[in-house]
Write a protein that binds this ligand. Structure first.
Ligand code: COA
Length: 200
C-alpha cells in the first residue's frame, strides 16, 4: 500500500499532513504523515479493535486487522481537515513514530466558535496522565490557535476515566441525554460536558 498517488509527487492526504505539532511532557500530538501512513493504519485498526478501549463507544469495536476501514478513517481525517470541520491529531510518545492514540476536535463550527472533542489512548498506557495531557493540548489549540469559545463532549456516564479527564480540565457536566445510543443491542446514556474559554 502506498500513501502517494501513483504517478504523483503529492502526498495522498495533504490536509491531514498539514496539521500542527503540539507538544507536552510525555506526549506529542501531530499530523498524519505519508511516511507513517502504513504503520498508522495498522495501529488504528488495532486500537479500534480493543474491546476495553471501545467499551463506552457509540459504535462496536472494529473487526481486528480491518485495514480497509483504517484507510477510510484516515481519508475521513483528511477530508475533515480539508473542509475545516474536523481536526484529528495523532498522539505519539516523544522520540517515537508509533501511534498511541488520537484526539479529535470535530463538528467545528466557526460561526458559533464551538467544537466537540473525542479521544482515545492505547490501553497499555492508561493511568499515566497521558490522556489528560493530550486532551489539555488539544484544548490549548482550540481556545488559543483556533479562538474557539466552547468545547463540548458526549460521554457515557459510566466512563469514569473520561469523565475524570474532562472534570480535571474544568469541564462542567451540563446534562444527561437518556438512551441516546444503541450499540451492540445496548442502550447508552450521554453525559454532556461543556467548557467555556473564560472558565479555564
Ligand atoms: C479516557 C482515557 C483517554 C483516559 O486516559 P488515561 O491516560 O488513562 O487518563 P489519565 O491517566 O490522564 O487519568 C486522568 C484521570 O482519570 C482517572 N482515571 C483513570 N482511569 C480511571 C478509571 N478507570 N476510573 C476512574 N478514574 C480513572 C485518573 O486517576 C486521573 O484522575 P486524577 O487526576 O484525579 O488522578 C482512556 O481511558 C481511554 O482512551 N478510554 C477509551 C476511549 C474513551 O472512552 N474515550 C472517551 C470517549 S468520550
Amino acid at each position: 500500500m502506498t500513501s502517494v498517488e501513483p504517478g504523483s509527487a503529492e502526498p495522498r492526504r495533504p490536509h491531514a499532513a498539514a496539521l500542527p505539532v503540539l507538544e507536552a511532557d510525555a506526549i506529542h500530538l501531530g499530523p498524519w504523515l505519508a511516511e507513517t501512513a502504513d504503520e498508522d493504519a495498522e495501529a488504528l485498526a488495532r486500537l479500534h479493535a480493543d474491546a476495553t478501549a471501545m467499551c463506552y463507544w457509540s459504535t462496536e469495536p472494529w473487526v481486528p486487522g480491518d485495514r480497509a476501514r483504517a484507510e477510510a478513517y484516515l481519508d475521513a481525517i483528511d477530508d475533515g481537515a480539508k473542509e475545516g470541520d474536523l481536526r484529528q491529531f495523532a498522539a505519539r510518545l516523544p522520540g517515537s513514530s508509533a501511534l498511541v492514540g488520537w484526539v479529535t476536535l470535530y463538528r467545528i463550527d466557526l460561526t458559533h466558535r464551538r467544537a466537540e472533542i473525542g479521544y482515545l489512548i492505547d490501553t497499555a498506557l492508561w493511568g499515566r496522565g497521558l490522556g489528560r495531557r493530550m486532551v489539555g493540548l488539544a484544548l490549548d489549540h482550540a481556545f488559543e490557535a483556533m479562538a474557539l469559545h466552547t468545547i463540548e463532549a458526549d460521554v457515557d456516564p459510566r466512563n469514569a476515566a473520561s469523565c475524570r479527564v474532562l472534570e480535571s480540565l474544568g469541564f462542567q457536566r451540563e446534562g444527561l441525554l437518556r438512551q441516546r445510543w444503541r450499540t451492540g443491542g445496548e442502550l447508552q446514556d450521554s453525559a454532556i460536558y461543556g467548557l467555556i474559554a473564560d472558565e479555564r
